[in-house]
Structure formats: structure tokens, C-alpha cells
Write a protein that binds this ligand. Structure first.
Ligand code: URA
Length: 203
């Protein structure tokens, strides 16, 4: 993993998710603080074995205080439900940056790197077996992978013994609604079926 971790801002190791969540909710001095958004951490089940990592909260997420609760989130839930996952029980959803960037721009590399140790601590504490990275920002944050999402989506990577798969961001699917053979939607469908197969084979 490249990129210098700023040790002054790196989180301690927390004994429970409740402690980590409390510390994150009190986060201050982070690079997106000045843009005025609130801290948005997660939705779903902290005991889930499947984690989804997105980009950053949008307007709806900032309003409601949970990730992926707007249009993209509704599509994400529908995709997961299509292979039998219950978003409230089976999945823990979080982001690479924990505040909304102004005007919904993508977080910069510096911002991604600032929040990364916090995301890594969330991953360590939640301890998922499978992590899905939706889109390029999550791919950069978790795997420091700069190849495009279209090159690596659907491939399995390993991270500290966890299985990690990059997938398309649901916002990309909303912009590319075709479900013709070879379309992003079709590829996503194949990817989540593969995730379901691997999840079902876990002991
Ligand atoms: N897109 C994301 O990547 N994360 C959210 O929480 C909402 C939209």
C-alpha cells in the first residue's frame, strides 16, 4: 500500500465497533470537515460477513446520516437482494471518505489517504470475510489499485486473509442502463452471482 499514513491522524486500535464509531462521530480536523458535511459511517449489520465500501456520502446520505441511501443505494440494495442478501442483516455498508465532498466531487487522493486508516480500522474491527469495492475510489483506498474498474471488476483480491472484489459503482449502472449482453449491468449481475457462490461456500 503506497501513500504515507499520517500517524498524527491514524486511529488507535479500538476494542469494539461502538468505541470506534464514537471516535469517528467526534472526528475533527479531517480534510472534508470544512465542506460542512456531517460524519456518515455505516448502515447494515456490524456482525455481517459481507462488507461494501463505496466512495463518499452524497446529499441524501449527509441528510440521513447513512451511506448509500439515495438512488445509488436503492439500486445497490436491489442488486444484492436479487441474489438473496438482506441488506439489513447480511451486509455492512461504509465508504472510503466519511463526509460529503462539496458538490459531490470525487475525493482527492490526499483525502482518500487521510481517511484510509479509519476505513482500515473499520475493516479490522468488523472483520468481514468478503469485501466488495464499489468503484474506483474504494479500489484506490482499499487496494491502492489504479487500474480502471473495468479492468479488475469481478476479480478476487486478497487483503489480510479476506476476499476482496471490485465491482461497478451503482451510479455508473444508473448512467448505463442497458442490460444487453456485455453491458455493465450484465457484468454486475455475473459478479454478484459469483459473490453469492463464494459466500455460500464459506464455513
Ligand atoms: N455513493 C457512494 O459511493 N457512497 C454513498 O454513500 C452514496 C453514494
Amino acid at each position: 500500500m503506497s501513500g504515507q499514513i499520517d500517524l498524527l491522524h491514524a486511529p488507535q486500535r479500538f476494542g469494539s465497533f461502538a468505541e470506534l464509531e464514537a471516535a469517528l462521530l467526534n472526528l475533527t480536523g479531517d480534510p472534508l470537515e470544512a465542506e460542512g458535511g456531517r460524519i456518515v459511517i455505516y448502515r447494515g449489520n456490524p456482525a455481517a460477513r459481507l462488507m461494501i465500501v463505496g466512495e463518499a456520502p452524497g446529499a441524501e446520505e449527509d441528510r440521513l446520516g447513512q451511506p448509500f441511501v439515495g438512488k445509488s443505494g436503492k439500486l445497490l440494495d436491489a442488486i444484492l437482494q436479487s441474489v438473496g442478501f438482506d441488506p439489513a442483516a447480511d451486509i455492512f455498508v461504509t465508504n472510503s471518505a466519511f463526509r460529503r465532498p462539496h458538490d459531490n466531487r470525487k475525493p482527492t487522493t490526499e483525502e482518500i489517504e487521510w481517511y484510509r486508516p479509519w476505513l482500515m480500522e473499520i475493516i479490522r474491527v468488523i472483520d468481514p470475510v468478503i469485501i466488495l469495492l464499489t468503484g474506483a475510489v474504494a479500489l484506490q483506498s482499499v487496494l491502492d489499485e489504479r487500474r480502471g474498474i473495468t479492468k479488475v471488476r469481478g476479480d478476487w483480491f486478497a487483503l489480510d486473509g479476506r476476499k476482496v472484489m471490485p465491482i461497478f459503482h451503482p451510479a455508473y449502472l444508473l448512467r448505463n442502463p442497458s442490460s444487453a449482453e456485455g453491458s455493465p449491468k450484465r457484468l454486475m449481475w455475473g459478479d454478484v452471482q459469483e459473490v453469492r457462490r463464494v459466500f455460500d461456500a464459506l464455513d
